[in-house]
Write a protein that binds this ligand. Structure first.
Ligand code: TRP
Ligand code: SF4
Length: 363
């Protein structure tokens, strides 16, 4: 059987190299230097792409381009979600037009969530935190998949003409009507910014986790089949690694111990940090002798992905850990302190985000 990526599955993607060999995702390496001001790019957390040269070109020539992504409104907004938010804000800062959707139809069809709950989550958890993290109203369009405009729905309906059931089965396995609607809607999410009504054909980048790649393959194929009608430029994508859960395993919205939410009470956050899985040794003595192992340490991951932006400072933590100079107890205490400081400031900024969020929702 052909290998598949299941966007609705729960497995982790462990073998990133496979994605290059089997699916044709390319390494992001060559862009690392030119976009070094982004922490995720600089540190190789964004590891792969399709067709990103088009975006790099637009950035360098200051030509217009689109950043489009969708959020699954599934629960508390945590540090895992912050990665996507930071990327959206990064592209907005580079001058991209931002198209951002709440995947409430997909949540309803594939995750069994009701529309009212998911709408609330999208606003209270996602949008409000995005704005508190720095998302601006300017150059931004936000919509709900179930509540948008005619040209978008027209495109979605038209897209279904040029895809076969066998093809969908090949990409996703085990298709069902609700999944078909979800994936065609997602293709319309990604392509409609290029309709004349929304600004016409231009490069589009979709930053996602590798689990979303099947949608991008399908969407790119569809884009090429509708050349005569719409002259779509095939959308580009980037792929990031995921942070693991605090206790090892997956970071999952359904398990509050696996994540720190950006609205967590700082006291709870401290507890979660103290209970996190580290790369420490069984005894302090052993750690002094052999050093710790930052790879696979959830505390180190928090520093790496979010809390320490200065590369030299991060390098020092790494070296002090592996040489046995740094001990997990004190390291966790420092992590807790930095996290609490971040959460306090962030939660204050959330309070001030309301007006901007209302503005975004009015469109
Ligand atoms: N399927 C995505 C998820 O599960 C959400 C989504 C909907 C999306 N439309 C999109 C992502 C368009 C990227 C682009 O998270
Ligand atoms: Fe992780 Fe810090 Fe312990 Fe090293 S010292 S294993 S970085 S908690």
């Amino acid at each position: 059987m052909n290998p598949r990526i299941d966007p609705w599955g729960i497995e982790d993607i462990k073998n990133y190299k496979n994605l290059f060999d089997e699916f044709g995702i390319e390494s992001f390496e060559k862009f690392r230097k030119s976009l070094f001001e982004n922490r995720y790019i600089r540190r190789g957390i964004i590891f792969g792409h399709r067709d990103f040269d088009k975006i790099m070109n637009a950035i360098q020539k200051r030509e217009s381009f689109v950043m489009m992504t969708g959020l699954m409104p599934s629960g508390k907004f945590h540090f895992g979600h912050k990665m996507v938010a930071d990327q959206i804000i990064f592209y907005q800062g580079l001058g991209a037009e931002i198209f951002l959707c709440s995947a409430d139809l997909e949540a309803y069809l594939v995750r069994g969530m009701d529309l009212k709950t998911s709408r609330n989550i999208a606003v209270e958890e996602y949008l409000t935190n995005y704005v508190a993290l720095g998302l601006k109203e300017k150059n931004l369009r936000f919509w709900f998949q179930t509540d948008y405009v005619t040209p978008y729905y027209r495109l979605r309906d038209m897209l279904s003409r040029k895809v076969t059931f066998n093809e969908l089965n090949g990409i996703y396995g085990d298709m069902a009507p609700r999944k078909i609607f979800s994936v065609i809607t997602q293709a319309a999410d990604i392509l409609h910014p290029q309709l004349d009504e929304f600004g016409g054909p231009r490069p589009t980048v979709v930053p996602v986790g590798a689990d979303q790649d099947p949608h991008l393959r399908l969407t790119r194929d569809l884009a090429s089949r509708f050349q005569t009608e719409f002259r779509f430029i095939l959308p580009s994508s980037t792929y990031h690694k995921f942070m693991g859960g605090l206790q090892g395993g997956k970071m999952s919205s359904s398990d509050p111990k696996s994540y720190i939410a950006l609205t967590d009470d700082p006291k709870d956050a401290i507890k979660k940090i103290m209970n996190s899985k580290t790369g420490g040794r069984a005894t302090v003595n052993e750690q002094r002798k052999k050093g710790g192992i930052p790879e696979g340490c959830m505390i180190y991951d928090l520093f790496l992905y979010h809390l320490i932006d200065d590369d030299r400072e991060l390098k020092k933590i790494y070296e002090d850990c592996t040489s046995g100079k740094r001990i997990c107890g004190e390291c966790k205490a420092i992590c807790a302190e930095v996290t609490v400081d971040f959460l306090r400031k962030h939660q204050e900024r959330r309070e001030k985000a309301r007006d901007v969020v209302d503005g975004i929702l009015k469109g």
